[in-house]
Design a protein around this ligand. Sequence first.
Ligand SMILES: Cc1cc2nc3c(=O)[nH]c(=O)nc-3n(C[C@H](O)[C@H](O)[C@H](O)COP(=O)(O)OP(=O)(O)OC[C@H]3O[C@@H](n4cnc5c(N)ncnc54)[C@H](O)[C@@H]3O)c2cc1C
Length: 401
Amino acid sequence: MNVDIAIVGAGPAGLCLARSLADTGLSLLVIEQQSQDALQEPPFDGREIALTPRSVRILRDLGIWQRLGPADISPLRCARVLNGNMEHGLHVTPHRRDDTELGFLVPNDRIRRAAYASVEHEPRITLACGTSVESVVLNDSIARLHLSNGSEVNAKLVIAADSRFSRLRRDAGIAADMHDFGKTMLVCRMALEKPHGDEALEWFGHAQTLALLPLLNGEASAVVTLPPEDMRRLMDMDEAGFNAEIGRRFDHRFGAMRLTSTRHTYPLVGVYARRFVAERFALIGDAAVGMHPVTAHGFNLGLRSVEALASLIKQAAESGRDIASPDLLRRYQRMHRHATWPLYAATMAIVKMYTNDRPIARRARSVLLQASQTLSPVRYAIARTLAAGGHGVFSPSRHRG
Ligand SMILES: Cc1cc2nc3c(=O)[nH]c(=O)nc-3n(C[C@H](O)[C@H](O)[C@H](O)COP(=O)(O)OP(=O)(O)OC[C@H]3O[C@@H](n4cnc5c(N)ncnc54)[C@H](O)[C@@H]3O)c2cc1C
């Protein structure tokens, strides 16, 4: 089979890119190892994705946001960062007075479902589901993919959106810096006895990091980060024991907490590819930059990669130029590195500091948070950096001084 562009991975990034290029006249093939049923009706995976206003705009332009129902979108009005036993911590509200939200929370499975629906009937997009890419061969005239179903695909450009553990990245000879934090993150939905006030909470406790993301109807997403052994004990608990344990870990701030969903765990691994491009090849989404999962930037940055690469490809296609020229790919790499590196580096530094339980680190972050409450510029700087290390809910806009 010959196509203009082969996109590997129909996760949110791969599907959004396919949607962005659907009207260019280019032929697109999206290859995904999961079944079509799993793409059409993805199961709940525990992730509630905090989207910045910019991401909402991109999704709206792609016609994906409109496919979400009102029950899928929870507003995020403000956020609070606590350290240890601190009572109030750092409070972050929208920067512009007329903004009523910092951002919005949407379940990952709803984003995936809406993104799939947006490409499902596009005439220029072919979906090859239930088959994975086994290998890729790149040269200056063509890229060739070998699929697990035995078929071969020739493409002018291959775009890898195959997760932070990308196989294609390795096959293309691109090295990546990978940091395993040695911790596990649990995410699940819980009903709260006391109201959350649409406020997100990021709490750096001793030997644990907690977050609470406000959802509709008095529910919230509880996010607990622990060493793997402690996490196994927590996951082994029956529902009643789990509810009591999470309530205790949140210091009963929200009264009784009751599990309302399945529980999901994720390893904490950050990945940054050394290059985003090779000959006739580009990385997008987590395959390019896999943010520390405790931050809410992963998909937001994934959308930035989609926006940057799609605009360059569209310009080239419109003017009849090569859609995979070395110059185009280099420009994409520059744009995406510029958009992601400062945030990635700050995230790594902050996460290391905020998950360090030595007394000196605890005191240092306490001092930082206190200073940030009173000194407006300091507060702004810290809120911005914490936007990378916390749940990213601070990044959409600056907070009031
Ligand atoms: C707990 C948690 C909370 C998060 N919260 C937020 C948040 O609040 N805000 C935010 O912006 N981001 C958040 N993220 C990050 C966000 O979920 C990811 O950035 C996003 O899902 C990445 O999308 P992707 O399409 O790049 O990769 P993925 O979602 O990993 O999709 C990759 C796809 O490629 C397919 N694939 C892999 N290999 C092959 C192959 N060889 N052949 C064919 N197909 C293949 C896979 O089956 C999969 O469908 C969170 C992540 C976690 C874990």
